[in-house]
Design a protein around this ligand. Structure first.
Ligand code: AMP
Length: 182
């Protein structure tokens, strides 16, 4: 932390605003809480700028954001990159014709969904989430998007937790870029 004017401590780097919360939402999980980062205008802007930088100049039709923190970062990133935004949602939230992908959780299974007519076959998309942990969510998103025959240009996460080896489950030739790794 730097001491700035008037005795107010400000982070030297925006990443310091990502807070570690032990044992949330259950024992043994070290949760990366990005809300303090989102709450600070200049640091949120700096984080988005860093996240967007590798994709500037890449032709895109839309960012696909994964519920729910992927909506916040994904929609902001879509604005930054001047492209569209389409949500990948938890079950039962989307109207109209939807496509579904099931995936394994640590205990049990879950599903994600997307609207079938959100884009067009061949649309160039960037998949966005806040954290890459075990990689299951991102891998399911790829499978979901492939059902619609979109062209996946890449995936972007703000934080990668390397110890959980999510990148090993990506196994895709398209780039998966993390702005911060822990
Ligand atoms: P995974 O499918 O294991 O890669 O988990 C990724 C999803 O779970 C992301 O949507 C994250 O928001 C959330 N997540 C998993 N682990 C964490 C963590 N330690 N801190 C914050 N979010 C997490």
């Amino acid at each position: 932390m730097n001491e700035s004017c008037c005795g107010v401590a400000t982070p030297a780097h925006w990443s310091e605003r990502i807070r570690d919360v032990a044992d949330f939402p259950k024992p043994g999980i070290l949760f990366k809480d990005i809300i303090p980062l989102l709450a600070d205008g200049p640091d949120f802007a700096a984080a988005l700028d860093a996240m967007a930088q590798p994709w500037r100049g890449t032709p895109l039709d839309a960012v696909l954001g994964i519920e729910s923190r992927g909506f916040i970062l994904g929609a902001a990133l879509a604005h930054e990159l001047r492209t569209g935004f389409v949500p990948i949602r938890k079950p039962g939230k989307l109207p109209g014709r939807i496509l579904t992908q099931e995936y394994e959780l640590e205990y049990g299974r879950d599903r994600i969904e997307i609207q079938a007519d959100a884009l067009f076959p061949g649309a160039r998309v960037l998949i966005v989430d806040d954290v890459l942990a075990t990689g299951g969510t991102l891998r399911a998103s790829v499978a979901l998007v492939r059902q619609l025959q979109f062209e996946i240009v890449g995936a972007a996460v703000l934080v990668e937790l390397e110890a959980l080896q999510g990148r090993a489950r990506w196994s895709d030739p398209v780039p998966l870029l993390a702005t911060l790794t822990y």
